[in-house]
Design a protein around this ligand. Structure first.
Ligand code: 25A
Ligand code: L14
Length: 340
């Protein structure tokens, strides 16, 4: 089997670390691996397939001899460096928000729109984590019944905000256990205490009153599903969970779809596991989705307020299907389709 030279940009970050693990776990055909980060991390040693690899500085020449680069170093780093990788002929799969709505960049979830990948589109965007797990669940229903409108509330884990978000939850939880005072000056990421709290604010506020995170769900869903008519209204909330985002989703479809039919469609869809046995108290929960590659769907029921309405609950690991796994699956799809 052909092997590829792979770079991970932002290798020391929370998502970068998961990208390295996904390449290992899924046996991606790696010839050579290059781990890149900012100056702060140069010389740091990380493991790949139990061998030590030194972290190198990301430069405009880092893309030389690279076949595929997985980026997770934030939007400004992507803006500056993704084009120089593409110039060297490398495919870039970028986890930041920088290229997602760019007309020249495919925005891909392999279960939904693999055919958007093309030989001459070198910069590929990995969608927002909350959007990925939602469209994985929406697509099989959309194919059958055409979705017109989606209302969604998210319950997003702190790891979505990187290492500093994780620190905030861990530090505050320890202080609560020790009966210590929580000082706002020790917060690394969130504007308010997150332990014992919920924060209805992810990313910046926009003019229309929604946050940027919420508008990503609106805009990215249309692009990935290839349907500009799907209406999406989201409320995104940070919750004191370490890993895995959860979502309560309400949909209105053109054709009626029963809960039984939806269960059947979702059971047969790739990447999904249906856990929906309320008689035995079985439903998806973030604690049990941690480090799992599947998107879990449950609580499927008819919306009692709407004729063609259905409502359900979706949970998936935000660092895996929401980020690193989807990126590696895009790379696998490039190989499968003979693009790479
Ligand atoms: O700009 P955006 O799009 O809004 O994105 C902002 C942040 O979102 C995260 C990611 O954080 C990013 O920094 N992110 C993006 N997409 C995400 C997603 N889908 C996402 N998070 C979750 N889901 P992160 O912590 O996960 O990763 C940061 C990585 O980016 C590298 N990086 C940053 N700027 C870079 C760069 N690499 C190359 N060139 C640049 N210009 C960064 O590498 C990291 O790998 P690093 O070496 O700079 O830092 C990691 C190490 O440094 C320690 N550390 C962190 N902050 C500090 C620090 N040390 C000292 N002082 C600090 N202030 C960490 O402990 C870590 O070991
Ligand atoms: O657009 O939970 O990928 O703070 C990165 C940060 C998704 C949300 C993105 C978070 C966002 C994430």
């Amino acid at each position: 089997m052909k092997k590829y030279n792979v770079a991970v940009v932002g290798a020391t970050g929370v998502v970068g670390n998961e990208m390295i693990k996904m390449l290992e776990t899924r046996n991606f055909p790696v010839e050579n691996i290059k781990l890149l980060a900012s100056e702060r991390s140069v010389g740091k040693k990380l493991k790949f397939n139990s061998k030590d690899v030194s972290v190198e500085l990301l430069t405009h020449d880092s893309g030389k001899d690279i076949d595929i680069a997985l980026f997770s170093a934030g939007a400004s780093t992507s803006r500056e460096f993704a084009p120089s990788f593409a110039k060297y002929g490398a495919f870039v799969i970028d986890n930041s928000s920088e290229w997602r709505m760019n007309e020249n960049c495919p925005l891909v979830v392999p279960e939904v729109n693999p055919d958007d990948l093309k030989k001459d589109k070198k910069i590929i965007a990995n969608p927002n984590c909350s959007t990925i797990q939602m469209v994985v669940a929406l697509k099989p229903i959309h194919n059958y019944a055409k979705i017109k409108r989606v209302i969604v509330s998210t319950y997003q884990a702190v790891s979505g905000a990187g290492i500093k978000g994780i620190h905030d939850l861990e530090n505050q939880t320890k202080k609560i256990a020790n009966n210590e005072k929580i000082d706002q000056n020790t917060f690394e990421k969130f504007p308010y205490q997150i332990a014992r709290n919920l924060i209805p604010h992810i990313d910046v506020f926009m003019e229309n009153g929604y946050t940027k995170e919420e508008m990503k769900m609106t805009n990215e869903t249309k692009k990935i599903m290839g349907d500009n008519n799907i209406l999406v209204s989201a409320t995104c909330v940070r919750v004191p969970v370490l890993r895995a985002h959860s979502e309560a989703v309400w949909i209105e479809t053109e054709k009626e779809v029963s809960p039984e039919k939806a269960r059947e469609l979702l059971k047969n869809a790739k990447g999904i596991e249906v856990i929906d046995d309320t008689a035995n108290q079985k439903y998806p929960m973030p604690l049990f989705a941690e480090c799992q590659q599947k998107t879990f769907v449950g609580r499927i029921r008819k919306d009692i307020t709407l004729k063609n309405g259905l409502t359900f609950w979706v949970v998936s690991d935000n660092l895996l299907k929401g980020a690193a796994l989807n990126a590696v699956e895009i790379a696998e799809t490039l190989i499968k389709k003979d693009i790479l």
